[in-house]
Design a protein around this ligand. Structure first.
Ligand code: CP
Length: 318
């Protein structure tokens, strides 16, 4: 792999390889010394034009656990706030010898632009671009599902036959899109459940079921996984539902809906959560919830991705 820009172009074999390498990275994190020398001498730049807690910190930790030098660049407080362009920023990083660039940007396609531009010869990792994709989130979600479902026998396995409900603000969600492509590649069945106002135009052409009634979907799909999405108020410039209380009542995973799930149904959320809106505190903190596991697994997945992109001779890599 040269870059990781999307899950849409990941083959099943590549996806399984990343998940299996992440299992090895997870084993490393159980050791007393949690560090590998693999990326010694390499420089990874975390280029964040949008806010982040989980993704930015876990990429930093992942790079450090692989012994890379890490530069954290936040648009706030940098020359971007003086109007510097992505091109000039990229060329500045190239001059400093960056081997890998992890980029989060509000504009869909920014990581692809960086990868195609020739401004910088580095492995590019998409850490979330607009409403387009968030591939490492989908990989850590798949890793978490695979571990909960297959346990110690996870290596080499896909998610064939697993049914996943993805609920809520699909319209603004790069997590939903990256999960859809990856989960389908791994053999899972995906159903989107949302109010019509929060489904993107053209969603009916995607390889997913579409439902508008969460209670009916829980009863009829009887899902293995329920993934609740954050309401992305910061991307909303209109009223997409009557009010937060109404949204929680109709679309939220509240205590009563939690009780109606099978005891082995997994409850996921990529974070950050709006507790009391799309998910109740009881659901978020229940034994069925994988919210904390997802964060921990994010470090293993990001170690695997950085290792696979940066550990070899990049000129000779695919
Ligand atoms: N899930 C996720 O991308 O979280 P952050 O925005 O905190 O990175």
């Amino acid at each position: 792999m040269r870059h990781l820009l999307s899950t849409k172009d990941l083959s099943r074999d590549d996806a399984i390889m990343i998940l299996d390498v992440a299992e090895d990275m997870s084993d490393v994190q159980l050791r007393e010394v949690k560090k590998l020398p693999t990326l010694r001498g390499k420089t990874v730049v975390n280029l964040f034009f949008e806010d982040s807690t989980r993704t930015r910190i876990s990429f930093e930790l992942a790079a450090k656990r692989l012994s890379a030098d890490v530069i954290n660049f936040s648009a706030k407080g940098s020359s971007v706030s003086k109007g510097e362009s992505l091109k000039d920023t990229a060329q500045t990083l190239a001059a400093m010898g960056a081997d890998g660039v992890v980029i989060r940007h509000s504009s869909s396609g920014s990581p692809q632009l960086l990868a195609d531009s020739g401004w910088i010869d580095a492995g590019i990792v998409n850490a979330g671009d607009g409403t387009h994709e968030h591939p490492t989130q989908a990989l850590l979600d798949a890793f978490t599902m695979r571990r909960r479902i297959h346990g110690a026998a996870s290596r080499g396995r896909d998610l064939s036959g697993v049914s996943v409900l993805i609920v809520g603000d699909i319209l603004h969600s790069r997590v939903a899109r990256s999960n859809l492509w990856l989960l389908r590649t791994l053999g899972a069945e995906v159903t989107f459940v949302a109010p019509a106002t929060l489904l993107p135009f053209g969603a009916e052409t995607w390889p997913a079921g579409i439902r508008y009634d969460l209670d009916a979907a829980i009863a009829e799909v009887n899902p293995d996984v329920v993934m609740m999405l954050r309401i992305q108020s910061e991307r909303m410039n209109a009223a997409f539902f009557p009010n937060p209380r109404e949204y929680a009542r109709v679309w939220g995973l509240d205590d009563e809906r939690l009780a109606r799930l099978r005891p082995d149904t997994i409850v996921m959320h990529p974070g950050p959560m709006n507790r009391g809106l799309e998910i109740s505190s009881r659901a978020a903190d229940s034994a069925q919830s994988t919210v904390i596991e997802q964060v921990a697994n994010g470090v293993s997945i990001r170690m695997a991705v950085l290792y696979l992109l940066l550990s070899g001779d990049r000129e000779g890599s695919a």
